[in-house]
Design a protein around this ligand. Structure first.
Ligand code: UGA
Length: 444
C-alpha cells in the first residue's frame, strides 16, 4: 500500500532513499534545510556524483511522487513515516558521533507530529540514540510518537541498486503500528525477494555499526597480511585469492592497498569504540583500535617507499592518481589517496592530484595541492606516480604513453590494480603494496 513519506536530510543517503521510494510508488517529500540543494534536486540535478542516480531522479520527478522542500509545512501532518537521513559525523573534539543534525532534525519536526506519528531513523548512530531521540521529542510535545530504527547499508557508487535491492532490510521497532507501516513501506523490496530482518531497536542500531566494523576488519586483516608479506617476501594478493576461495571467508573486501576511507567506515569504527567505552564495554571492541592503526600504517608505508626510492622528497614531483576514497564517487572525505598526497606534500614533494570526478572537491579542501582531471597533464614531469584510487582508467592507461610523459618511470600501486607486467615491460619500476613482483610465480 502506497505511503506518504518524509525523507529528512538529502545527502547520499536521503537523496537516494527519496528517489528509490518514489520509484517504487510512495509519495515522498524530501526535506533539507539547504535551500540550494533543494532547488538543485527539484530541477533534477544531483549535488554529488553517483552513477545512475541522476537519471533515476529525473524519472522519479516525472511521476509527481517526489517533491523537495527546505522546511516542514502543513503537508508534514499527513506523513505516514518520517525517515531521518541526516549525517552523524565524527565529533570535532572526540571520537564519538556528533548527533547535532539528528537533534535539529527532530526539533524541527516535533511541532508537526500528530498522535501516532512514526519517526524512523536510517542514519548510522551509537546504540541508544533512538531512546534518546524519543526522550527529546517527549520533552517537547504531549503527542504520542513512535520511534524506530531502520539502518541503511548502501554503498556510494552503488547507492540506487543497494537501496532498491539491498542484501537485507533491518526493521527495528518496539510497537506493532510502526512494524506494520514499515513492512508496507518496503513491501515492493520484499516482493522482489529482499530478506526483511525484524528486530528490536537496539539491535537495529547495532547491526549497522557492526557491519561496517566487520567490513573494516576484513580490509585491515588483509592489509596486516600485506605487512607480513612485505616483511618476508610473500605476496598478499595471491594470499587473498587463496583465502577468498574458502566460502566461510569469501573473496569480498579482501583487496589489499592503502586501506579504507570515506565518510563512513573510519568514523563509524571510532564512534563504536567511543560508545562502547561509555557503556563500560570497551574491551569487547578494543581490536578496532588495532584495525585503525593497521589502516593508517598503509598510508605512511607509501611515504616510506617514496623516501626509500627518491631520497629527499623536497621538490620531487609526485602524481597521485585518484582523489576519491573509492572509484565511482566524487567523495574525498577521509580519502586514503588524499591522506597520502598530503603526507607526500608535507615531506616537501610537489604533488599533483588527478581524478576524473573529484577535482572540484580537491580544489575546495586541499587548495595547496595542484589538481587536474587531465591524466596526461597530471603525469607530465613526474618523478613518482602513486595509484591512490582504483578508477578503471588507471588500469586501462597505456604504460608506454605514460612513460613518455614522466621524468622517471616509477610507480607505487597503492590499490593493486595496474597490469604490472605490461608496466614493467614499458620500462616502469612497479612497487605494489603487499606484493612481491620479483617472484615469477606471481602472475595475477
Ligand atoms: C560503507 C559500507 O560498505 C556500506 O555498507 C555502508 O552503508 C556505508 O559505508 C555507510 O555506512 O553509509 P562506502 O563508505 O560507500 O560504504 O564504501 P565501501 O565500498 O565500504 O569502501 C570503503 C573503503 O574501503 C574505500 O576506501 C575502499 O577503497 C576500501 N576498500 C574496500 C579496500 O581498501 N579494500 C577492499 O577490499 C574493499
Amino acid at each position: 500500500m502506497s505511503k506518504t513519506v518524509a525523507v529528512i536530510g538529502l545527502g547520499y543517503l536521503g537523496a537516494t532513499t527519496a528517489v528509490a521510494l518514489a520509484l517504487v510508488g510512495h509519495r515522498v517529500i524530501g526535506i533539507d534545510q539547504d535551500a540550494a540543494k533543494v532547488e538543485a534536486l527539484s530541477a533534477g540535478k544531483l549535488p554529488f556524483y553517483e552513477p545512475g542516480l541522476d537519471e533515476a531522479l529525473t524519472e522519479a520527478l516525472a511521476t509527481s511522487n517526489l517533491v523537495f522542500q527546505s522546511a516542514h509545512d502543513h503537508g508534514s501532518r499527513d506523513v505516514d513515516v518520517f525517515l531521518l537521513c541526516v549525517g552523524t559525523p565524527q565529533q570535532r573534539n572526540g571520537y564519538g558521533a556528533d548527533l547535532r543534525y539528528l537533534e535539529s532534525a527532530v526539533d524541527a519536526l516535533t511541532p508537526y507530529l500528530r498522535s501516532g506519528a512514526i519517526v524512523t531513523g536510517k542514519s548510522t548512530v551509537p546504540v541508544g540514540t533512538a531512546d534518546y531521540l524519543r526522550y527529546r521529542i517527549e520533552q517537547q510535545t504531549n503527542v504520542d510518537v513512535h520511534v524506530s530504527w531502520n539502518p541503511e547499508f548502501l554503498r556510494e557508487g552503488n547507492a540506487l541498486k543497494d537501496t532498491l535491492t539491498p542484501d537485507r532490510i533491518v526493521l527495528g521497532t518496539q510497537d506493532a503500528h510502526s512494524l506494520t507501516v514499515l513492512r508496507e513501506l518496503y513491501q515492493p523490496m520484499a516482493e522482489a525477494g529482499v530478506p526483511i530482518v525484524e528486530v528490536d531497536i537496539k539491535t537495529a542500531e547495532l547491526v549497522k555499526i557492526a557491519a561496517n566494523s566487520f567490513l573494516a576488519m576484513k580490509i585491515s586483516f588483509v592489509n596486516a597480511m600485506a605487512e607480513i608479506s612485505e616483511g618476508v617476501g610473500a605476496d598478499a594478493v595471491s594470499l587473498a585469492t587463496a583465502l577468498g576461495y574458502d566460502e566461510r571467508i569469501g573473496n569480498k573486501f579482501l583487496r589489499t592497498g592503502i586501506g579504507f576511507g570515506g565518510g563512513c567506515l573510519p568514523k563509524d569504527i571510532r564512534a563504536f569504540q567511543a560508545r562502547a567505552n561509555e557503556l563500560g564495554l570497551g574491551a569487547s571492541v578494543a581490536f578496532l583500535a588495532d584495525m585503525e592503526d593497521i589502516n593508517l600504517r598503509r598510508r605512511t608505508r607509501v611515504l616510506d617507499i617514496a623516501k626509500a626510492e627518491l631520497g629527499d622528497l623536497n621538490g620531487r614531483r609526485v602524481t597521485m592518481l585518484g582523489a576519491a576514497f573509492k572509484p565511482e564517487t566524487d567523495d574525498i572525505r577521509d580519502s586514503p589517496a588524499m591522506a597520502v598526497a598530503d603526507l607526500l606534500w608535507s615531506a616537501g614533494a610537489d604533488v599533483t592530484v588527478h581524478d576524473p570526478k573529484a577535482i572540484d572537491n580537491v580544489h575546495a579542501m586541499y587548495p595547496h595541492l595542484r589538481a587536474t582531471a587531465d591524466l596526461d597533464e597530471a603525469l607530465q614531469g613526474a618523478d613518482l606516480v602513486v595509484v591512490g584510487t582504483e578508477w578503471a582508467e588507471y588500469a586501462l592507461a597505456d604504460p608506454q604513453a605514460a612513460a613518455a610523459l614522466v621524468t622517471r618511470p616509477l610507480v607505487i600501486d597503492g590499490r593493486n590494480v595496474l597490469p604490472y607486467r605490461a608496466w614493467q615491460a614499458a620500462g616502469w619500476k612497479v612497487i605494489a603494496l603487499g606484493r612481491n613482483l620479483d617472484n615469477a610465480l606471481v602472475t595475477a
